[in-house]
Design a protein around this ligand. Structure first.
Ligand code: FES
Ligand SMILES: [Fe+2]
Length: 393
């Protein structure tokens, strides 16, 4: 993994990446960052692992005692909601012989039992039962202290209807990290719109796509509106490129916004708008890639979040949930409107598949190793590459 023009020898036997801060001369991330499995694992622990990465939607872990296995870039984890209703995330491995503890979503009740020798852990991960450890009918043994063999917990937090993890345990609090986005959108929504989010996964509330590309290409594509006329001609007809602006929000996010999102375009009776939304900016829509793996979209009458699950260096699962302004927004009267929105966004995200997959194939080319940026159109993507390069150390 060495390329003199992009890498310098760095720590941990790995190489460093440099992305020039001057966009006029900068080249993007090298191909290896999109194609190499070793790079991907290092990236998991040292880039995504040092910040807050999205793992799942909150709605996927409902009810105390429900355990849900999930893999984060080949790392086996599971989520559980404890007796207090808080989500906790653990490494999905038994302390005894390393058996995978949770293999399917199930109701564990108060005790998570290993299927191999039936050791039991409570919902806070403490080892509570070690049947027959000292011989048949003898459930303890000299010198063995259950307290030393609890499950390994991963730091987690719920925010905006999602569950985030910080593998290193050392990132700043997620509220601090996201404060610039929260502040920006509070100014637009007139209040903390996140207090009003309502989702019904059943009724056109979710969308899922698997794309054959590195998750970073989905982030980058979402950062820009440059491709609107060529890839989304229909969207561009009512929300044209010229009405878009670039967004860079502090260190953690970039993307684009529009002044002409048309709330009246979808079919059916209208949805309620978020309370206190700025009446002068009803047609504002903002689209942010929240690094490393979340895509957000905010309009006056709906919000959506996409979690990019990196399955492999060249495979990404995109899961989307729509959120509306309060539980009343999920009434039957708005079903037609929600269906219409779901259809419109499905079309937009489907249109992006060919370009993110095409860029992935391009990353197999020895004639390309990062490319160049338009100083006017590609600022948000350049910002993401700089962020990534700073983290990859
Ligand atoms: S491996 Fe889990 S109880 Fe033995
Ligand atoms: Fe697009």
């Amino acid at each position: 993994m060495s390329d003199g023009s992009f890498f310098e020898s760095g720590h941990h036997g790995h190489s460093m990446i440099q992305v020039e801060s001057d966009i006029n001369v900068a080249s993007g991330l090298p191909n290896v960052a999109y194609t190499d499995h070793d790079f991907w694992l290092f990236e998991r622990d040292h880039v995504l692992g040092r910040t807050w990465a999205a793992l799942s939607f909150s709605s996927e872990v409902c009810g105390s005692g429900v355990t849900v296995p999930i893999t984060f870039m080949d790392l086996p984890l599971f989520m559980v909601r404890d007796a207090e209703g808080c989500v906790r995330v653990f490494h999905n491995v038994c302390s005894h012989r390393g058996m995978q503890l949770v293999s399917e979503t199930s109701q564990a009740g108060l005790m998570i039992r290993c299927p191999y020798h039936r050791w039991g852990y409570d919902l806070s991960g403490q080892l509570k039962a070690t049947p027959n450890i000292g011989g048949m009918g003898i459930h303890d043994t000299a010198g063995f202290d259950c307290r030393e063999h609890a499950l390994k917990e991963v730091r987690s937090a719920e925010y905006l209807g999602m569950i985030f993890i910080n593998l290193s345990g050392e990132a700043c609090p997620i509220e601090t990290l996201l404060a610039p986005i929260t502040a920006r959108w509070q100014a637009l929504a007139g209040t903390d719109f996140s207090q009003h989010l309502a989702n019904d996964p059943g009724d056109f509330g979710t969308l899922e796509l698997t794309v054959n590309c590195n998750y970073k290409l989905a982030v980058e594509n979402y950062c820009e509106s440059y491709h609107l006329p060529s890839i989304h001609p229909d969207l561009n007809s009512y929300s044209p490129l010229a009405q878009h602006y670039n967004l860079i929000v502090d260190e953690v996010a970039s993307g684009q916004g529009t002044h002409t999102y048309d709330l009246e375009r979808s079919e059916g009776p209208p949805l309620p708008i978020f309370p206190n939304w700025d009446g002068e900016r009803l047609k504002t829509g903002e689209y942010l890639s929240l690094y490393p793996n979340v895509l957000l979209g905010l309009q006056a009458d709906h919000f959506f979040a996409i979690i990019l699950t990196s399955v492999a260096p060249d495979e990404t699962r995109e899961r989307l949930q729509f959120f509306y302004a309060g539980a009343n927004a999920l009434d039957d009267e708005t079903l037609q409107r929600r269906r219409s929105l779901h259809g419109a966004w499905s079309q937009v995200f489907s249109e992006d598949i060919s370009v993110v997959e095409g860029m992935q194939r391009g990353r197999g080319s020895s004639a390309f190793n990062g490319g160049i940026f338009s100083p006017v159109m590609d600022g948000p993507t350049h910002h993401f590459h700089q962020w990534f390069a700073r983290g990859y150390q």
